[in-house]
Design a protein around this ligand. Structure first.
Ligand SMILES: [Fe+2]
Length: 230
């Protein structure tokens, strides 16, 4: 299993190319912005990009979809239906974050309407990439339509913005829900097992076991309502 990380956007988002080494089939998980490095990597390694696999619809995860899709028009574009409003609303997302319309070009957040999705993720589906097999798990809470992709034989899970080393995703943006996110993490990520490596949308890799023990949002160290660490 080949995993290459590209840290993109001012949000330092982890865009990844994940490939089956035996078949050279690959996916791009969350292209954050247009990147020649991404395109060059796929071509230089002789990979076939079969899909742009989106964990959720936030701009720092989907902002490079248009450019990558133009380079690899055969690649499917897949997102959960509950994040379609975010995805198709990409040009408006920076405004909702408080940026002013006349700043967008200079800041690199002037988006055109993204290409039409090929299809939606379904919770529980098995998604094959060559000899790799990802189980697709709907994990609402950061956004309504967030999914994580778990390759169970390789014990690796790509969690987008659900879970980070020592933290969890924001729940204060539209569609966010703290209780739902904790439930999603518990049911669909922690349940995988302590030896799974966690690939987050920002920051370093971690493991399920390390987060179960050390993450204050998961080990009882932080209590919602009190709004403080205890
Ligand atoms: Fe996000």
């Amino acid at each position: 299993m080949l995993i290459e990380k590209f840290v993109l956007t001012p949000f330092q988002q982890n865009t990844r190319i994940v490939a089956c080494e035996a078949t050279r089939r690959a996916i791009c998980i969350d292209p954050g912005e247009r990147s020649d490095g991404l395109v060059d990597f796929v071509n230089a390694r002789g990979l076939t990009l079969q899909s742009i696999a989106l964990t959720h619809g936030h701009l720092d995860h989907v902002g490079g979809t248009t450019a990558l899709s133009k380079e690899f028009p055969e690649a499917e574009i897949i997102l959960h239906k509950d994040d379609e409003d975010l995805y198709y609303g990409l040009p408006q997302q920076p405004l909702l974050m408080g940026m002013s319309p006349n700043q967008l070009e200079a800041l690199g957040f002037a988006y055109e309407a993204p290409p039409t999705l090929t299809r939606n993720w379904e919770h529980g589906e098995s998604y094959e990439v060559g000899e790799l097999r990802f189980s697709v798990r709907h994990c609402p809470g950061h956004t309504r339509g967030h999914v994580v992709l778990a390759e169970e034989s390789q014990k690796k899970v790509f969690v987008g913005d659900c879970l980070f080393e020592g933290s969890i995703g924001r729940t204060d943006l539209p569609g966010g829900n703290y209780e739902q996110l904790i439930e999603s993490i518990s049911s669909n990520i922690l349940s995988l097992g302590d030896d799974f490596v966690v690939y987050s949308g920002h920051g370093r890799e971690t493991t399920v076991g390390s987060e179960r023990v050390n993450n204050p949002f998961l080990n009882g160290g932080y209590q919602i309502g009190r709004g403080s660490f205890i």
